[in-house]
Design a protein around this ligand. Structure first.
Ligand SMILES: [Zn+2]
Ligand SMILES: [Zn+2]
Length: 189
């Protein structure tokens, strides 16, 4: 039996649907390497966050609002699942002009916002592999938070904090030895 059950919830079809298989593969590989058995399911509908979470002045979503909404519609009903929503959106949070993702471990839900993970956002040509890999790292990172991990000082560890896409590119999508050990302790494996 997998110790960790994750449900990925697509917010948008655009920039998400075509990559889902790759992200599932990457997710499983990272956790397996850390010694954590995982299962991944994908919600069959696109659940677009409500406009009440959109802040027109900033043209961004307010991430804590999305997390509460996600918990309200899915998180509270799916016992035993960690719910990770992801969409081609831009969001900010308290004290942060933007976030690539945010986790609410107390609610068992997290979100990944992929707009600023796209090379196109920075005026570069679209690089499909780079985009896919950056998003994979953030999905795994936020799930690490949901499981109780904090940020890691190892710049190559997936739990390293990323201030920019360049930080995201420096880290790998794998947990360092120390974070892998912590995960196994947190999960009693
Ligand atoms: Zn983090
Ligand atoms: Zn680490």
């Amino acid at each position: 039996m997998p110790m960790v059950k994750v449900l990925l919830v697509p917010y948008t079809k655009s920039m998400i649907a075509d990559y889902m298989d790759y992200w599932i593969h990457a997710f499983k590989e990272s956790f397996t390497r850390a010694g954590i058995p995982v299962s991944v399911d994908v919600w069959s509908e696109y659940l677009h966050p409500p406009m009440k979470c959109f802040v027109w002045d900033r043209v961004q979503y307010y991430s804590p609002c999305i997390l509460e909404w996600l918990h309200g519609i899915l998180g509270s009903r799916l016992q035993g699942y960690l719910v990770v929503g992801l969409g081609y959106l831009d969001a900010y949070s308290n004290g942060l002009n933007f976030v690539f993702g945010e986790a609410a471990p107390g609610l068992g839900v997290a979100s990944v916002y992929t707009k600023r993970l796209s090379p196109a956002f920075y005026g570069e040509g679209m690089d499909w592999n780079r985009y896919a890999e950056r998003v994979a790292k953030e999905i795994i990172h936020e799930t690490g938070h949901l499981l109780g991990l904090g940020h890691c000082p190892d710049k190559e560890c997936v739990m390293s904090f990323s201030n920019s896409v360049w930080d995201v590119d420096v880290k790998t999508r794998f947990f360092c030895g120390e974070c892998s050990r912590k995960l196994r302790i947190l999960l009693n494996i």
